[in-house]
Write a protein of this length. Structure first.
Length: 261
């Protein structure tokens, strides 16, 4: 009988080989955008990193906690002054919505939460009520937002079912070349986070699903929570999965890029 490694070990293995695994990508180089595509007074900022951290003070994505923004900015800075669409699952106190609104001055920002957070909606920021584990409610959120999403972030309930149902259903609504970011994958480690639905052996966990995708040949998604057509779509349309560990809190995040065509 084949014995699966403990999830702590499995996570360490994946993170150690992330740069070498063919289904992952190293951080994109910092390259300037064409100055003419920027607002005149922002052209000098086209290669400057660290701006996302400055506006992340009201969210746990910032340097004092998970520090995901240090990684995110290297993927998304080239869109800073473009009229993109950002869609985030999980609103909490609204800090992330504020961050995205300030960092992307031309973006449309949508937040989905199981609770009514309409008090935080204003201007370019819209809020939607919905349960991320229910496909029909996810579809309603897409109908409201219009789909065609450049950056989709799952910072919702963090259960195995919620993470995998959302990824399977929503990835098709990400624009070609866009990103789907799955935060707080450390909830897959049942020994430390027992209340998020990961089984003791970790076989149903989101982290194990991603590890198996990276290790399989060809790369293949397998999830007890996804429909067969959802897994097929992911297999055909994920360009890379970048699994990253942030040491401050033992936080784990995965960035999926959608193929450009």
């Amino acid at each position: 009988m084949k014995i699966s490694p403990p999830l702590f070990l499995a996570a360490s293995i994946s993170l150690a080989v992330v740069a070498a695994c063919k289904t992952t990508s190293s951080l994109p180089p910092v390259a300037p955008r064409a100055a003419e595509s920027l607002a005149p007074d922002t052209a000098s900022q086209s290669t400057k990193l660290g701006e996302l951290a400055k506006v992340s003070t009201k969210t746990d994505k910032g340097p004092t906690e998970h520090n995901y923004v240090e990684v995110y900015e290297r993927f998304i800075f080239q869109w800073r002054y473009d009229p993109i669409k950002v869609f985030e699952i999980g609103i909490d106190k609204g800090g992330s919505l504020v961050m995205w609104e300030e960092y992307f001055p031309k973006a449309s920002i949508y937040g989905l939460d199981i609770n009514d957070m309409s008090r935080l909606a204003h201007g370019r920021v819209k809020t939607i009520v919905g349960d991320q584990s229910k496909r029909h409610e996810l579809q309603r959120a897409i109908d409201i937002s219009g789909g065609n999403i450049d950056i989709l972030i799952d910072d919702g309930g963090h259960t195995m079912e919620q993470q995998q149902v959302s990824l399977g259903y929503l990835f098709k609504f990400v624009k070609p070349g866009g990103y789907y970011i799955l935060e707080d994958l450390h909830t897959s480690i049942a020994a430390r986070w027992p209340d998020f639905g990961a089984e003791p052996d970790g076989n149903n966990s989101t982290l194990r699903m991603i590890e198996n995708y990276m290790w399989s040949e060809p790369p293949t998604f397998k999830s007890k929570y996804m429909l067969s057509e959802e897994m097929k779509y992911l297999n055909e349309n994920v360009e890379f999965a970048n699994l990253l560990h942030r040491s401050r809190h033992g936080s784990i995040v995965c960035i999926f890029k959608k193929k450009s065509s």
